[in-house]
Design a protein around this ligand. Sequence first.
Ligand SMILES: Nc1ncnc2c1ncn2[C@@H]1O[C@H](COP(=O)(O)OP(=O)(O)OP(=O)(O)O)[C@@H](O)[C@H]1O
Ligand SMILES: Nc1nc2c(ncn2[C@@H]2O[C@H](COP(=O)(O)O)[C@@H](O)[C@H]2O)c(=O)[nH]1
Length: 189
Amino acid sequence: MDGKLVIFSAPSGAGKTTIVKKMLELFPTLKFSISACSRSVRSGESDGVDYFFLSPDTFRAKIKQNEFVEWEEVYPGSYYGTLKSEVERIWDAGHHVVFDVDVKGGLKLKSIFGEKALAIFVMPPSIEELEKRLALRSTESDETLKMRIAKAEDEISHAPQFDQIVINDELHHAVDKAKGLVETFLQKG
Ligand SMILES: Nc1ncnc2c1ncn2[C@@H]1O[C@H](COP(=O)(O)OP(=O)(O)OP(=O)(O)O)[C@@H](O)[C@H]1O
Ligand SMILES: Nc1nc2c(ncn2[C@@H]2O[C@H](COP(=O)(O)O)[C@@H](O)[C@H]2O)c(=O)[nH]1
């Protein structure tokens, strides 16, 4: 099978991880690209499932060894990146890859893989709703929540560069829209 890539990007809190999890349930041929990151593990997360959790030094060593397809310092001191080995592992097993990456990373992947990739921007209904969702998720301190919200407007300005935009107001509508887009893309020759 010729492996394809489905990329979901959005400002933090817009709901891309929630939508990606639904896509993984709906499409057995899609497998999640487990990113490496240098932030600390949240409650409920596991190493090698949600992320490969690395120290900043180990992450920087992997950058030097050219192990990433793309990487970003998404927040000051917090590195995130797509490992070449992850994409190869998934393609070698005959699957398509789905990514949950920030906006810069999503555009980078699209620029590398072109027509093999479908890049979807998940649009929050408003900045106020984004803030509310992040606060309810209870994963951020006041400081990191502010930092995530401060990036959102600039990230939203890049939405037109994506192949498709899915507005995540009512989750089930967003999932239906994303499902249709992914289905059409995977069926294409
Ligand atoms: N349509 C929705 N309506 C209300 N809450 C939602 C909706 N979609 C997702 N959520 C909730 O909003 C919070 C943020 O969602 P999620 O973690 O999927 O966002 P994200 O874009 O992956 O954020 P991050 O980039 O920080 O990982 C979660 O608690 C999730 O359950
Ligand atoms: N450029 C990349 N961004 C990534 C990658 N993996 C995740 N992310 C993005 O980082 C932020 C923060 O994630 P969180 O888990 O700390 O809330 C979010 O936008 C992720 O999509 C990656 O490999 N490359």
